[in-house]
Design a protein around this ligand. Structure first.
Ligand code: ADP
Ligand code: MG
Length: 610
C-alpha cells in the first residue's frame, strides 16, 4: 500500500529552502533520521574515506513497497506530513521529503528495501539524479541505502570537502548524537572496514552515554532529576563542576529527541554553570527536553538543527535553573553511586570533533597560549579533552582488537600535584614562573589567590559561616523601598556571607559586622558593592548561587592581596592550595590561573623546529 504522497506546492514551499546535503555527515544524518522514523531497532553505518567515497546505511525498519520506493525519490515526497497544519506538530525527524532525492542527485545512489512481511524487495539505482534501474531484490527486510562518490557530478562542491579525517569526525559526531538520543536502537559505525563503535541496545541512557564517552567521563556526570516545569520536561546528564571540553562535541541537547543547537540554549547552560565553567570552555551535557511540539518551530533551518521556541525566555530560565540545581546537589545525584557495579560498556576510541567554530571561542587567553592550552595544556585545564587528532589516520588508527579488548581510554588527566612543579621565581610581582615536565608554567598569583579564597569562602558559607569582626561604628544605610525589600529578603544570605545586617526601621539597614578580611577603612565600599550586586543577582538564582555570586564578585575583590611580595614558602603554599581547589584552573571570574608554554612551543619560538 502506498504510504508516500507528494506534498502540495504550498506545503513544499513552506519547508525552509536550502541545501540539505552539505557534506558526507549531512547524508549520514538524514539517512539515520529516516531509519529512526522507520521504527528501526538496528542501524548500521559503514563509510569509506570519510564518507566521500561511500556511505552505506542498513536498517531493520518498516521498509517500503515498490511504489513507495520509487516515490520517495521524488522531491517533496514524504509519508510524514499530509497537510500544512501537521507542520505545527512534527514529531518525526524528517518531514520535508527532500533528503533522499537530494542525496540521489549528488551521488551514485542505490536503494534496496523490503517491507517486513513482503516476499520480495526492490532495488533502485540512480546516478546523479538519473534513474538507472528498478529491479526486484531479495535483501533482508528493512532498507539499505548506499551513496557513493558524493558530489562526483559537482566538482565545485567536492572541492569544499575537508580532509577525510575531518569529514569522518563530523559523521562520527552525527552517529553519536543520534545514538545518545535513542539508546534503545542498536548502532554500529564502521570506517574503512574498521569498527569505530558498536553500541548494543539498552534501556538506560546512562549506559548508552557510558558506551560512547567511556567510563571515566561517565563517572563525572550528574543525573538531572527528571522533572516538569511549565509544561517542559527535562532530564539527562550533565558534567560535574570542572568537567568541560574545548568544543561543543559533548554538548548535546535534544528537544523531543531531536538534536538541537542554538545560542539561546548555550547561554542557558553557561548561566546554569556559572563559575563552574571556565571561560572559553564548553559544558558537557546530555540534556533532554520534551514539550508540546506546537510550542516550537523546527522548520527554520535546512538541516533542522536550530529550532525556534515560542517561549524562549521561560525555557532558558528553566534550563539554567535545573542545571544550577543539579550542580548544587552534586554527590547525592551522582550516577556513580547507582551504577558503581555495572560493567563498563564497550570502550570507544577517544573522540573530539574538530569544529571550526571552536577556534573562535571566547577567551581571555592570548592566541599563543590558547593554542598551547588547547594542545599541550589540556591536562592542566582538566577538560577531559583528549588531544585533537593530529593526522588523518589518528581517528581510526587504533586497530579493532584494541578497541574491543582494552578498557576505555582514561579521558581525564589528573589534576597535577605541587611536586610536579619547580618554582623558579616571580616576575612583575604577579606571575610565578615554574617548570614542569612539559615546559614552562606561569601562575597568576592574583587569580590563584582569588580561586583559593573563593572556594574557602564557599565551603565556609556552607558549613559554619564566615568569620566576622564587629565594626567599631555600626553603619546604617537608607535605601529605596524596592531595594530595601530585596535586601530584607536576603538578610540570611548576607549573614552567611559574614555581613551582620539587620533591619533598622523603615527602609534602613544596620550593619554591625563584616567578614574579617574586609578592612575597616574599606567597609563602606564593600557594603556598597554588595548592595549593588544584590539586585542584579537575585532575579535569577537560588540563594546558594546568590552567595556564590557575591563571593565571586565582591568578597574576593576585597580580600586578595594583589602584587604582594611572597616568600618562596608562601608561593609553594599558594600553589598547593590552588591545586587542592575543586576548580584550580580558573579564577571565579573564569580567567586562567595557570598557563603552560610547552617545550614544543619554546622550540618553535627559538626556531629549533618549524
Ligand atoms: P522525509 O524524511 O522528510 O519524509 P526523505 O526524503 O528523507 O523525506 O524520505 C522520503 C520518504 O521515504 C519518507 O517519508 C519515508 O516514507 C521513506 N523512507 C526514507 N527512508 C526510509 C527508511 N530507511 N525506511 C523506510 N522508509 C523510508
Ligand atoms: Mg528524511
Amino acid at each position: 500500500m502506498g504510504k508516500i504522497q507528494l506534498l502540495s506546492d504550498t506545503l513544499a514551499s513552506q519547508g525552509a529552502a536550502g541545501e540539505v546535503v552539505e557534506r558526507p555527515a549531512s547524508v549520514v544524518k538524514e539517512l539515520i533520521e529516516n531509519s529512526i522514523d522507520a521504527g528501526s531497532r538496528n542501524i548500521e553505518i559503514r563509510v569509506r574515506r570519510g564518507g566521500i567515497s561511500s556511505i552505506q546505511i542498513a536498517d531493520d525498519g518498516c521498509g517500503m513497497d515498490k511504489t513507495d520506493a520509487l516515490m520517495c525519490l521524488e522531491r517533496h515526497a514524504t509519508s510524514k506530513l499530509r497537510e500544512s497544519s501537521d507542520l505545527e506538530s512534527i514529531l518525526t525527524m524528517g518531514f520535508r521529503g527532500e533528503a533522499l532525492p537530494s542525496i540521489a542527485s549528488v551521488s551514485k545512489f542505490r536503494l534496496t528495501t523490503r517491507e517486513t512481511n513482503a516476499l520480495e524487495g526492490t532495488e533502485i539505482l540512480i546516478n546523479g539524479g538519473k534513474l538507472i534501474s528498478v529491479k526486484e531484490a531479495g535483501e533482508a527486510p528493512g532498507t539499505q541505502i548506499e551513496a557513493r562518490s558524493l558530489f562526483y557530478n559537482m566538482p565545485a562542491r567536492r572541492k569544499f570537502l575537508r580532509t577525510e579525517n575531518t569529514e569522518f569526525s563530523h559523521i562520527e559526531h552525527q552517529v553519536r548524537v543520534h545514538a545518545i538520543a535513542h539508546p534503545r536502537i542498536r548502532f554500529s559505525l564502521v570506517h574503512n572496514e574498521r569498527t569505530v563503535f558498536h553500541l548494543p541496545a539498552t534501556e538506560s541512557l546512562f549506559e548508552r552515554v557510558r558506551g560512547l564517552v567511556g567510563n571515566e567521563l561517565a563517572m563525572r556526570l550528574l543525573e538531572i532529576r527528571p522533572q516538569e516545569r511549565h509544561g517542559i520536561k527535562i532530564s539527562g546528564f550533565i558534567g560535574k563542576p570542572g568537567v568541560s571540553r574545548s568544543n561543543r562535541s559533548l554538548q548535546m541537547i535534544f528537544l523531543n529527541r531531536r538534536p538541537v543547537e542554538g545560542a539561546m540554549l548555550q547561554y542557558a547552560l553557561r548561566e546554569g554553570y556559572h563559575t563552574a565553567l571556565m571561560k572559553g570552555q564548553q559544558a558537557v551535557t546530555f540534556l533532554f527536553l520534551e514539550m508540546d511540539p506546537r510550542k516550537v518551530d523546527v522548520n527554520v533551518h535546512p538541516a533542522k538543527r536550530e529550532v525556534r521556541f515560542h517561549d524562549g525566555n521561560t525555557l532558558k530560565a528553566i534550563v539554567a535553573d535545573v542545571v544550577a540545581e543539579t550542580l548544587e546537589q552534586r554527590e547525592s545525584s551522582s550516577p556513580n553511586t547507582v551504577q558503581e557495579t555495572a560493567k563498563p560498556a564497550e570502550p570507544v576510541a577517544p573522540f573530539e570533533v574538530p569544529e571550526e567554530e571552536d577556534l573562535r571561542q571566547e577567551t581571555l587567553i592570548p592566541e599563543v597560549e590558547q593554542q598551547a592550552l588547547r594542545k599541550d595544556w589540556s591536562p592542566l585545564l582538566a577538560t577531559d579533552a583528549p588531544p585533537e587528532p593530529a593526522s588523518a589516520e589518528e581517528v581510526v588508527r587504533q586497530p579493532d582488537k584494541e578497541l574491543i579488548e582494552t578498557p576505555p581510554e582514561p579521558v581525564a588527566a589528573q589534576v597535577p600535584k605541587p611536586s610536579d612543579f619547580r618554582i623558579l621565581g616571580v616576575i612583575g610581582k604577579l606571575y610565578v614562573l615554574m617548570e614542569n615536565t612539559q615546559g614552562l608554567v606561569m601562575m597568576d598569583q592574583h587569580a590563584a589567590h582569588e580561586r583559593i579564597l573563593f572556594e574557602q569562602m564557599r565551603s565556609r558559607m556552607e558549613t559554619e559561616g564566615v568569620p566576622t569582626q564587629a565594626l567599631l561604628m555600626p553603619v546604617t544605610i537608607e535605601m529605596t523601598p524596592k531595594d530595601f525589600d530585596l535586601v530584607r529578603e536576603h538578610v540570611g544570605t548576607l549573614q552567611k556571607l559574614g555581613i551582620g545586617a539587620e533591619v533598622f526601621g523603615a527602609n534602613t539597614l544596620k550593619i554591625d559586622s563584616l567578614p574579617t578580611f574586609v578592612s575597616e577603612s574599606d567597609s563602606n565600599r564593600f557594603i556598597n558593592d554588595v548592595l549593588e550586586e544584590l539586585p542584579r543577582d537575585t532575579g535569577r538564582m537560588s540563594s546558594v548561587r546568590l552567595g556564590e555570586d557575591m563571593v565571586a564578585t565582591t568578597v574576593c575583590r576585597h580580600a586578595v592581596k594583589a602584587n604582594d611580595d611572597l616568600h618562596p614558602k608562601e608561593l609553594a603554599k599558594l600553589l598547593e592550595d590552588l591545586l587542592g581547589c575543586e576548580l584550580p584552573f580558573c579564577c571565579p571570574h573564569g580567567r586562567p590561573t595557570l598557563v603552560q608554554i610547552s617545550f614544543k612551543e619554546l622550540e618553535k619560538k627559538f626556531g629549533r623546529v618549524v
